[in-house]
Design a protein around this ligand. Structure first.
Ligand code: HEC
Ligand code: HEC
Ligand code: HEC
Ligand code: HEC
Ligand code: HEC
Length: 201
């Protein structure tokens, strides 16, 4: 334990020197990628599903109160709905109108994006948030204490494509812990530790 802390402190000094030489504005640890917004294999929209349709965050991210990781849903969760919904309501109505005008039966339409859910291949989503391995984060204590997803992830329900809203730096974690201990969360007192071993083993 002591050795690891010594190592962390030395690494910190080395990093400080690096930052002084390289320039703080260009320096970035792998975890600190604020505004990172990669393309995803399916044009899945949080604005539509969590915003307009009002699906609860934890309907899909079931891990947030059960495990360290919030988790990303398997295609089977999507298929609960998309077994039946193969295209947008607008596209279905348009086909109905076209079919009526052409005096034929409407065809079943499948949106190319939703069709990807029916393919055999598993969907590999691109990870957005990623702390370095030497920092320990766990969703559970935060969810239990009543910290909202949006406090850390921003207004995800307005994002077509998710982007990293917070810096995910150590200062960000520790500042919130200090502040939460003073103000409480959702009207309740909390004890959010700020000793090094809380987040570094
Ligand atoms: C219908 C399912 C569904 C719902 C509801 C949903 N999400 Fe997601 N979420 C996903 C999928 C799929 C991904 C991976 C693809 C992507 O990034 O868009 C994801 C990705 C994310 C990520 C980024 C994960 C990473 O790679 O770092 C965050 C943060 C997130 N969701 C937060 C939320 C929040 C907050 C809510 C509620 C406001 C919510 N989600 C509602 C399905 C869902
Ligand atoms: C206290 C801040 C905080 C809160 C509150 C929070 N998250 Fe996170 N979330 C993070 C951090 C930090 C990471 C990156 C963790 C890592 O890389 O190990 C993350 C990662 C994620 C990821 C991708 C990795 C994973 O854990 O599967 C998803 C999805 C996610 N959060 C969804 C949610 C949802 C949904 C909620 C609300 C139920 C929520 N988060 C609440 C800080 C938070
Ligand atoms: C609770 C039901 C529900 C769940 C769960 C759900 N969706 Fe949807 N999704 C819908 C509805 C309803 C629409 C159509 C909205 C409209 O008519 O515009 C839709 C639309 C879409 C579209 C847009 C299609 C187009 O042609 O523009 C995509 C892509 C999509 N969903 C992907 C997903 C993915 C991926 C998941 C799982 C992570 C998922 N959905 C989970 C209900 C759901
Ligand atoms: C928005 C405020 C906020 C942010 C940001 C935040 N935390 Fe927390 N953290 C809390 C609160 C509140 C608790 C719960 C305190 C309680 O249970 O009384 C907590 C608890 C924890 C715990 C559990 C401590 C224990 O042993 O009980 C860990 C570990 C933790 N946070 C790590 C992190 C890390 C790592 C980050 C940054 C990546 C982070 N937190 C960012 C508010 C925050
Ligand atoms: C509440 C969580 C938390 C606490 C408490 C904490 N750290 Fe960190 N620390 C982190 C996170 C998260 C990172 C990764 C940040 C990044 O990638 O930008 C980090 C990064 C570091 C780094 C790498 C360089 C840097 O500054 O980004 C060192 C060294 C470090 N911590 C040492 C410490 C020491 C020593 C203590 C005790 C005085 C401590 N940490 C307390 C969360 C924490």
């Amino acid at each position: 334990m002591k050795q690891i802390l010594t190592y962390i402190l030395l690494a910190g000094i080395a990093l400080t020197l690096t930052i002084m030489v390289v320039g703080a504005d260009r320096f970035r640890l792998p975890g600190n990628q604020q505004d990172y917004e990669p393309d995803q294999p399916i044009a899945y929209s949080h604005r539509l599903h969590a915003g307009e349709l009002g699906i609860d965050c934890q309907y899909c991210h079931t891990g947030a109160e059960r495990s360290r990781y919030a988790g990303v849903p398997a295609a089977s969760t999507c298929l609960n709905c998309h077994k039946f919904i193969t295209a947008t309501w607008g596209a279905v109505q348009e086909e109905d109108k076209r079919a009526a005008a052409e005096k034929r039966a409407p065809q079943k339409i499948t949106s190319p994006e939703i069709a990807k859910l029916y393919a055999e291949k598993p969907i590999v989503w691109n990870r957005i948030h990623n702390l370095p391995d030497f920092a320990y984060f766990d969703h559970r204590p935060h969810v239990y204490a009543g910290v909202k997803c949006q406090t850390c992830h921003g207004p995800v329900e307005t994002m077509d494509k998710v982007r990293q809203f917070s810096p995910l730096t150590m200062g960000w974690c520790v500042n919130c812990h200090r502040q939460a201990n003073q103000t409480g969360v959702a009207g309740k007192a909390v004890h959010a530790p700020i000793d090094c071993t809380t987040c570094h083993y």
